[in-house]
Design a protein around this ligand. Structure first.
Ligand code: GLC
Length: 420
């Protein structure tokens, strides 16, 4: 274990550039990614608090005037990544993508603040960070939920962070592919194409992006006009948790945001409407096509992390979580293996992801502690046997995707070094 702790630290430091950290040291993801950086900051907080805060500050330096924090910041423009900064054609001083990713910064920051004493200088830095996070959350509330339903939409599958999940299959099928679309993917040259999204899906990703670009990413316009608009239960669970954590941080610093505390109340009430009593499961909503989406994705269980105060639902969810892929040596597969969309090796359609396990293990700590510990133990075993990879197969934990993967290293540090 000692040895692996050192390797985790080295992985993060090896992937570190000027004030930010790449998701991996190969060419697959040559930029700063939003939620990766949050996980990475948590990892740094176990051995270098300044690096942790810097990681977050650099990410927030890319915040747009309207409050949005992009999903990618292209600090280095000289890479082969597609879609690169010119394909997005947006950003401020720092080139960026025009969409966002799960807003987990406040959740991570709270964990960091709970376990560290911070200096006066760091307190100043943290206050700046917090103010920017408030603007980010208020941006979500204002522009991604214009009707104030308590649930925010994502306007591109990539905003979810689980880019290629079958949750998006139905809404994606309805997306008309732009005529004469021309672009060159790089990802499927670097990783076995059988493990990456299909070309037809990529055509749709790019068409959705181009449509947003046409509207100049104007947040008022794109809510209605985007070719993709989904209220996802996993994403909303992370946002609910992030709002709750933000309020706790604000209390610490005698700050307030009534917009956010009111929003939490509406979300807590309305997220329950996504629960199907008969199926005993949460579903997501395709807003654009007015359809319910039922896909047994592990991300639906992020609701346990959001700490809904509803014992009955929590119990039912835990019961079905225990059946999610109970016949396999490792868990959790991103999609329930008996579902038609399940694929053993294609990313987000079956393999195990450390960050998903981490949300669920944390969420279960105060609901089923022994199960939570089991998840933690199994996740640690999987990493210790195979190293820090992007994802793993459910049967043998075969390492897949990028190696030296930052968030797997960072979350390993939290799994083995936090005191719970
Ligand atoms: C992939 C993942 C996304 C992640 C990014 C960088 O696109 O789907 O969640 O942020 O890689 O690691």
């Amino acid at each position: 274990m000692r040895n692996l702790i050192n390797r985790a630290q080295k992985t993060l430091l090896g992937n570190r550039r000027k004030g930010y950290t790449l998701p991996t040291n190969n060419k697959l993801y040559p930029a700063q990614w939003n939620w990766d950086s949050a996980f990475i900051a948590l990892g740094y907080s176990y051995f270098n608090l300044n690096h942790a805060l810097k990681e977050i500050t650099t990410l927030l330096d890319g915040q747009w005037k309207d409050g949005m924090v992009p999903h990618i910041l292209f600090h280095d423009t000289n890479t082969n990544y597609y879609p690169n900064y010119t394909a997005w054609n947006c950003g401020n001083k720092i080139h960026s993508s025009g969409i966002t990713q799960p807003p987990i910064l406040s959740t991570i920051l709270k964990l960091i603040l709970d376990k560290n004493k911070i200096s006066n200088k760091q307190t100043k830095e943290v206050k700046k960070i917090v103010k920017k996070i408030i603007r980010f959350h208020e941006w979500f509330i204002k522009f991604r939920d214009p009707k104030k339903t308590g649930l925010v939409s994502i306007l591109h599958p990539w905003e979810s962070g689980y880019d290629n999940s079958p949750i998006w299959d139905e809404p994606m099928e309805k997306v008309t592919i732009e005529k004469n679309l021309k672009y060159k993917r790089a990802d499927n040259k670097l990783v076995n194409p059988d493990h990456r999204p299909l070309n037809i899906d990529y055509d749709r990703y790019v068409s959705i992006k181009n449509n947003l670009r046409k509207k100049k990413y104007n947040p008022k316009k794109i809510f209605k006009s985007s070719l993709f608009n989904v209220v996802d239960v996993g994403f909303n669970s992370l946002f609910l948790k992030a709002n709750k954590d933000l309020i706790q941080i604000l209390n610490k610093f005698n700050l307030k945001s009534s917009k956010i505390s009111n929003y939490i109340k509406i979300t807590e009430k309305n997220i329950l409407k996504l629960y199907d009593k008969k199926k005993e499961a949460f579903y997501s909503k395709d807003i654009r096509n007015k359809k319910k989406i039922y896909v047994p994705s592990i991300t639906n269980y992020f609701i346990l992390f959001a700490d809904l105060n509803n014992d009955l639902i929590n119990k039912k969810l835990i019961k079905s979580l225990k059946n999610h892929n109970k016949n396999d040596k490792y868990f959790f597969s991103s999609i329930k293996p008996n579902h038609k969309s399940f694929e053993e090796k294609r990313y987000w359609r079956g393999p195990i992801w450390v960050n998903c396990n981490w949300f669920i293990y944390k969420g279960l700590m105060n609901k089923d502690n022994s199960f939570s510990k089991k998840i933690k133990r199994k996740t640690i075993q999987m990493i210790e046997a195979n190293g820090f990879h992007e994802y793993y197969t459910r049967k043998s934990a075969k390492p897949m995707g990028a190696k030296n993967f930052s968030w797997s290293a960072a979350l390993y540090l939290d799994l083995v070094l936090n005191k719970n």
